[in-house]
Write a protein that binds this ligand. Structure first.
Ligand code: ADP
Ligand code: MG
Length: 305
């Protein structure tokens, strides 16, 4: 069994939709928090809102203090939302004095098809049975990853989807969130979305904070590039000297998300068989060229979408 995994209370059925579960704090989650380079204000705001929500919900009734304990992180794919949400869960557990916090990650894509009301039943079970059973054992943080799949905006739905089924699944998710925030006041919900316009408005209106996670700015890109070079230099010491051309890399990478940026620096090492075999031979021009190419590709994908 993986370190950090835990068995939920007796009687909890393992659902396919739970893609990951951990007992926090955990070092991998601490590493996730550090890996995401974003302005410290964003990180602070996320931690502060989480702690405030938990505290207010312990002290006041929902009617007095309508805090749902829901934080939404929205932004383009590859901007670190899922990783940041996992890291945030760890920060919250640390701030609670290292008391054991359960973390479960839900993959809404696995919640069954909306045909025959299957996803409605599964969503209901998730919120009314599975999550409450976890929450009965102590503070629980639930990550609803790519929530647009769970709570699709009914006003924008494509005609191919069966509107009634999607309605039902979205209603079940909203009812579930309402139930959780009233009855299980030691749970926090973090939701991520790549496409906020596709998320049901009623869900967004329940969020205590919607954080827009954009493409990394120059400062963040610099930190990401430095991080990758530092890791590579541990194996190939001459990589360290590539740092001297940092300004050129930061300039050439404008428009890349964090995932593509990390990949592009690594891909630069595949510029030739020589560099692939020995990264000590990698040259700054090769990095700049690869970054420019990646920006061009990203722009083309954006246009085609
Ligand atoms: N701001 C960032 N700083 C550092 N790395 C990033 C950043 N954004 C993305 N990454 C890299 O991309 C990977 C994928 O990020 P992920 O959390 O899956 O993004 P998203 O959920 O927004 O699609 C991360 O593990 C990390 O390596
Ligand atoms: Mg993600």
């Amino acid at each position: 069994m993986l370190a950090g995994w835990f068995l939920p209370n007796k009687g909890v059925e393992f659902m396919e939709a739970i893609s990951d579960q951990y007992q926090l704090p955990h070092k991998d989650f601490a590493a996730a928090w550090d890996a995401i380079k974003i302005s410290p204000e964003v990180k602070n705001r996320l931690v502060a809102q989480s702690l405030l929500s938990l505290q207010l919900r312990q002290k006041f009734s929902f009617e007095v203090m309508p805090v749902h304990g829901l934080i939404v992180m929205a932004g383009p794919p590859g901007t670190g939302k899922t990783t940041l949400a996992r890291g945030l869960a760890n920060e919250v557990s640390r701030a609670l004095g290292g008391s054991k916090v359960k973390f479960i990650q839900i993959d809404p894509h696995a919640l069954g098809s909306s045909s025959l009301g299957k996803s409605q039943k599964e969503v209901t079970k998730l919120f009314q049975q599975t999550i409450p059973e976890f929450a009965a054992g102590g503070p629980t943080i639930v990550l609803l990853d790519e929530v647009e799949t769970l709570a699709a905006d009914r006003q924008r739905m494509s005609l191919e989807a069966n509107p009634i089924d999607v309605h039902r699944a979205t209603d079940a998710a909203l009812a579930g969130i309402d139930l959780l925030c009233r009855k299980h006041r030691n749970t926090l919900l973090f939701a991520t979305t790549n496409y906020i316009k596709a998320v049901d408005r009623a869900l967004l209106s329940r969020a205590d904070l919607i954080e827009d996670i954009g493409l990394p700015n120059a400062e963040a890109r610099k930190e990401i590039i430095a991080d990758v070079l530092k890791q590579l230099a541990m194996e190939w010491p001459k990589v360290d000297a590539l740092k001297t051309q940092m300004a050129a890399y930061v300039h050439a990478s404008d428009g890349l998300d964090g995932r593509r940026l990390r990949k592009a620096i690594i891909t630069a090492a595949a510029s030739s068989i020589e560099t692939a075999k020995d990264l000590n031979t990698l040259r700054p021009e090769q990095i700049v060229k690869t970054l420019k190419h990646a920006v061009g590709q990203a722009a083309a994908t954006e246009k085609a979408a």
